[in-house]
Ligand binder design. Sequence first.
Ligand SMILES: [Zn+2]
Length: 325
Amino acid sequence: MNPINSVTGPLSAGQLGRTLMHEHFLFGYCGYQGDVTLGGFREEEYTQACLKAVEDARAYGIQTIVDATTNECGRNVRFLKKIADMTGMNIICSTGFYFEAESSYAYWNFRKGFADIQEEIYEMMMTEITKGIDGTDIKAGVIKLASSYNEITPMEEIFFKAAARVQKETGVVIITHTQQGTMGPQQADLLISNGANPKKIAIGHMCGNTSVYYQTEVLKRGVYVNFDRFGLEGDLFHTPTDNERMDVIKALIDKGYGSRILLGHDSVNVNLGRPIIMNDFMKEALKDANIRTIGAKVLPGLAARGLSDPQINSLLEDNPMALFA
Ligand SMILES: [Zn+2]
């Protein structure tokens, strides 16, 4: 059995415990790197925010957090290792790039003129999973992939193909971003047809879609679905409400899919660059957008829908363990 890479070293599946499958300790919208003079890295402030996030997650038994920040959006493995060392929380980091509109593909578009970029992306992911990231021996524990709204662009497809090959050769887990829950079946098909193992794939942001039919179309492919945006509600995020998401989970469990649902918030604990200005719109939009929401709202909400403690615990503990095992 392959070890699971955390930022502080290998883990066995039995060490994962309750696991949040998609969070961000640090995240920066591409371009933040250019505002370094007024929005530079504030180590002490960020450390305090991340320590608080770990404490909040631990309050409802979380032992492992998968950090889904991609390479170009502020992934910082030295910082993640520092937080893991200070707290004992298992943190698993990603390798990969974000979806086209919010990524920075100029680099790869330039290289495309003289290099085989699918091969180069494969090498990048392989090296980060098997050797280390950015001169450290800290290894990525998941591949993060992303596609656009109602489309997988040609450049995004290159990342999917490279990732499928890495998955096949290493057994690593793949997590994805779907834009508002679209392209789930297509993501699964693209990965599986290129050799990836469906049992190691979690199609992400599926809670952006309330159609049980659509969910089962994805689940039929043998993959996991990640309900990983709890707490993000309303116009800013174009998403269903948490109550609607919980209704879908209940319906899927009733259909026998309880062993293939995962949970998370897509919380951003630190926005890189200048601080967000909390006007009334942002205050309302972000009121539940934090790592406490599953403990405070979702676990009681699922219990109120008649789910048993073991059924609920499967979502947080047994299912991540099976995905990573
Ligand atoms: Zn995310």
